[in-house]
Ligand binder design. Structure first.
Ligand code: URA
Length: 207
């Protein structure tokens, strides 16, 4: 069984925060284990909570069209969220909920080892660009721990604010050249993970 399948079972059983009590099911994330691009959104909404899959509602359809604009299929990327259970009424996830869910995200990053992480919205942006404002840094990136972290507005922002749609559409166009650039770089040396440390989700301090 793949490491991600094992991880999804652990996430499905997670009761670290109150969100697991109110959500219908966990939405761990989806995509291939060898994805080069990983998107990190905020948290599941109504449709995601119903289906157990990330970004399947209106924001997800817009994300699919953004990917198509750079010739990338949804099946080629990994998509997940800061929190794996839906916050009630789509409220923002609380800092404690984000912190409680963080070890799952760290494990996903450690397993997939993407070349580019794209943050969608301010909650995931905060991981890599603490204290920054999304209106200032969207469409820009930093290099960290051998990968590129690229900040974007959340696709749902375009649904509420038409003026942001073009910004998002032009930001995603910067991803393709970045990916080409990263493909040329040598693979980082893989560090051996001991089996006993593999099982426990723990803070990897990747960011
Ligand atoms: N918004 C998110 O942040 N994540 C989803 O999965 C869906 C909508």
């Amino acid at each position: 069984m793949s490491s991600l399948t094992d991880l999804y079972k652990e996430i499905a059983a997670c009761q670290r925060c109150i969100l697991s009590k109110t959500a219908t099911r966990a939405v761990p994330g989806e995509g291939p284990e060898n994805a080069r691009i990983m998107f990190i959104g905020e948290g599941p909404g109504f449709h995601e909570d119903q289906q157990g899959r990330p970004f399947v509602g209106a924001a997800g359809q817009f994300l699919d069209s953004l990917l198509a604009s750079i010739d990338i299929k949804r099946e080629q990327v990994y998509i997940t969220n800061m929190v794996k259970h839906r916050p009630p009424n789509n409220r923002d996830p609380l800092p404690g909920e984000i912190a409680g869910c963080r070890p799952w995200l760290d494990k996903q990053v450690a397993t997939i080892r993407p070349k580019i992480i794209i943050t969608l919205g301010r909650h995931s942006m905060e991981l890599f660009f603490p204290g920054k404002s999304i209106s200032k840094i969207h469409g820009t990136y930093i290099r960290k721990d051998g990968l590129i972290c690229f900040a974007m507005y959340h696709p749902a922002a375009a649904l509420h604010q038409q003026s942001l749609r073009q910004e998002i559409e032009s930001d995603i166009l910067k991803v393709r050249p970045l990916l080409n650039e990263m493909e040329k770089e040598p693979e980082p040396v893989k560090t051996e993970v001991k089996p006993e440390t593999k099982r426990e989700p723990k803070q990897l301090n990747l960011f």
